[in-house]
Design a binder for this molecule. Structure first.
Ligand code: AMP
Length: 183
């Protein structure tokens, strides 16, 4: 695997912060500027793919919608399959699902259990971990479907919101490319 062209610090400088979106008081860490940069997306994926490969990923799971961008690209890089973790009502088969709390509001995630092999080592990839609710719900669903989930990768960590610690408490190792203080 080639050395990523940009360091995590370089990548951090490409993330745009939008205050008060989608609600007052939220500092929205916007990856649009990161993935729109010539080398930003590829370098982010290169870093994540190295971590997933070291963790022995047999498949990558990414959450709708920004987890699809990074997760699918990591899966391509490693030559392994991708499991889409979807918003409700999108999958055309019988799903398993779970409701969970967000930093702002609530949501539901669903997966196709047929996409997941028994004891398959699946690594979770998403753009950002805040409270960890989304990633915990994803780990729960994948484990319910028979997968081993012991690693989750994020481009951005908001450590003050405690999500990475919650995942670690659930037996999931967390690695991220950068951190932003506050919420
Ligand atoms: P959580 O479930 O609280 O860890 O929230 C993670 C999800 O919400 C991620 O998939 C992000 O896309 C989104 N999100 C939460 N907080 C922010 C934030 N401050 N900036 C950008 N995206 C966020």
């Amino acid at each position: 695997m080639t050395t990523p062209a940009l360091s995590p610090d370089d990548l951090k400088s490409l993330v745009r912060t939008v205050p008060d979106f989608p609600e007052h008081g939220i500092q929205f860490r916007d990856i649009t500027t990161l993935i729109g940069h010539d080398e930003g997306l590829k370098a982010s994926v290169d870093h994540l793919a190295r971590l997933a490969e070291a963790g022995g990923a047999q498949k990558i799971a990414g959450m709708e919608a920004r987890g699809f961008i990074f997760g699918a690209a990591v899966a391509v890089q490693l030559g392994i399959g991708f499991v889409p973790v979807r918003k409700p009502g999108k999958l055309p088969v019988e799903t398993i699902g779970t409701d969970y709390a967000l930093e702002y509001g609530t949501d539901r995630l669903e997966v196709d259990p047929g996409a997941i092999g028994e004891m398959e080592d699946i690594v979770i990839v998403d753009d950002l971990i805040a409270t960890g609710g989304t990633a915990l719900a994803t780990a729960h669903l994948l484990r319910q479907a028979g997968a081993i989930v012991d690693q989750a990768l994020f481009v951005i960590d908001l450590p003050d919101l405690g999500g990475a610690d919650r995942l670690r408490d659930a037996g999931v190792e967390v690695q991220t490319l950068m951190q932003f203080e506050g919420d």
